[in-house]
Write a protein that binds this ligand. Structure first.
Ligand code: TRP
Length: 445
């Protein structure tokens, strides 16, 4: 055991640690999910509630998760049980949930590649909704793009912590920021865009219900990759002495800036008519087609989505792989293949559930939607509550404090605040929102 932890890899430095964690956070959640959830919930009012959830719940939980990983230097299952015997199941529940997320997340990731290619070659045509429906309900083409994406992910994981994950983040994140900025400048430059923006950022409280809070909280947890071992495993790769709260603040800031910028890009395109999960895929190609060199911009947009997705999926994959390697004694190669094959199997089911298997439903939802809703509405809040209770109440106080303040050296001002949020605010607020939101959700099924 001692030998194993001595060999354990870590990220090279502060910046790469932030980039890797920001890579996990910034994903489809920011660019694909945030804009459509925002538009479904009435825009500005939702954004305010969302920002509240990010600050009061997301930030402390992210610090908590980093701390559990960093303190134990372990995979998610061992991490919890090292800090407190008998709690490994909390890590296991996270890994099962993140595996379910991979099931549908990889499918959408595959779409982004197809759309990038189709935009570059100008082959989307002019029936945007039709293209989306034909493509996503087909059998083979979405599967092939999804498998290709999973394999790209696989080989990054095989490269290891520094050679794979860190290197990929170091190149992908700056590229992602550059594309995002270019698209943002381009979209606010259009007058129609500025008008549409005004509409979406104006709060409309009439659309706020219990479900709005649940959506905001679920989105906050999802976008910060909370409670499922992804951030925990990255925390375990942070070097000794890393300021956890400081790192979390950087990650949360970057993530929020990207989500808001993505919303600006999408809403400034004036796409109120198209909503739901299709927003990015149906509305954006249409908008770009009306612009000079539109197909290049469209390609850039989907490339952005794909890059963001990839840096997120590697964190999901790594969390589960680390478990098979450290806990089950597999080689990295074997562990990674196992996760890849499970992900491919689930993704196959999720993809087919939009087309040939769309008849198989639970409570009116196909498998794809079920995976999304079950993880975002049920598992994320439950794991969030448990993580907060674990770190706030069950972890030995001195040990937790040493971790959160990097041995007393730093983050002293944030510590009491974070501890209070974890002990009281997170468990209570998340429980209330969870119960009311769930009742609202079920009554609307
Ligand atoms: N945060 C990513 C996004 O916004 C998704 C993600 C990555 C995730 N790892 C996770 C979500 C772990 C939940 C749990 O797209």
């Amino acid at each position: 055991m001692a030998e194993q932890s001595a060999k354990r890899s870590s990220f090279g430095g502060k910046l790469t640690a932030i980039l890797a964690a920001a890579g996990s956070a910034i994903g489809l959640g920011n660019i694909w999910r945030f804009p459509y959830i925002t538009s479904e919930n009435g825009g500005g009012a939702f954004i305010l509630i969302y920002l509240g959830c990010i600050l009061l719940l997301g930030l402390p939980l992210l610090v908590a998760e980093f701390a559990v990983g960093h303190n134990s230097k372990s995979n998610p299952v061992d991490a919890f049980s090292k800090i407190r015997k008998g709690w490994g199941w909390l890590g296991a529940a996270g890994l099962i949930s993140v595996t379910l997320i991979m099931g549908y997340y990889f499918v959408i990731s595959g779409w982004t590649v197809n759309y990038a290619v189709a935009s570059a070659t100008n082959s989307i045509g002019s029936d945007y909704g039709g293209f989306f429906n034909n493509f996503t309900t087909a059998v083979w083409s979405p599967l092939l793009f999804t498998y290709a994406f999973i394999l790209a992910n696989h080989f990054i994981i095989m490269g290891g912590v520094q050679g794979g994950i860190e290197k990929a983040s170091k190149y992908m994140m700056p590229l992602l920021f550059a594309i995002l900025i270019a698209l943002a400048i381009y979209s606010v430059w259009m007058p129609a865009g500025r008008e549409a923006l005004g509409n979406i950022f104006t709060p409309d409280f009439s659309k706020v219900s219990g479900k709005t809070f649940l959506d905001a909280m679920g989105q906050a947890f999802f976008t910060l990759s909370i409670g499922m071992g992804a951030m925990l495993i990255y925390g375990s790769y942070f070097k000794k002495g890393t300021k956890l709260a400081g790192t979390a603040i950087s990650v949360v800031s970057l993530d929020t800036i990207v989500a808001l910028t993505a919303a600006v890009i999408i809403f400034s395109a004036g796409v109120e008519d198209a909503n739901g999960p299709q927003l990015a895929f149906v509305a954006m190609p249409k908008v770009f087609s009306a612009m000079p060199a539109g197909n290049i911009w469209a390609m850039l947009f989907f490339l952005l989505l794909g890059l963001a997705a990839l840096s997120s999926t590697i964190s999901m994959h790594e969390a589960v792989t680390s478990y098979f390697v450290e806990k089950r004694g597999m080689s990295r190669k074997r562990g990674a293949w196992l996760v890849t094959i499970v992900a491919m199997t689930l993704a196959t089911v999720a993809s087919l559930s939009l087309g040939v298997w769309s008849g198989a439903t639970v409570a009116g939802m196909n498998i794809f939607t079920l995976l999304d809703n079950f993880t975002a509405i049920i598992m994320l809040p439950l794991l969030g509550i448990m993580t907060a209770l674990f770190v706030g109440w069950l972890w030995k106080r001195e040990s937790m404090k040493a971790e959160l303040t990097a041995e007393g050296g730093v983050d002293k001002a944030t510590y009491p605040f974070i501890r209070f949020l974890l002990r009281w605010v997170c468990p209570i607020l998340v429980s209330v929102v969870f119960i009311f939101g769930l009742v609202d959700f079920i009554s609307n099924l």
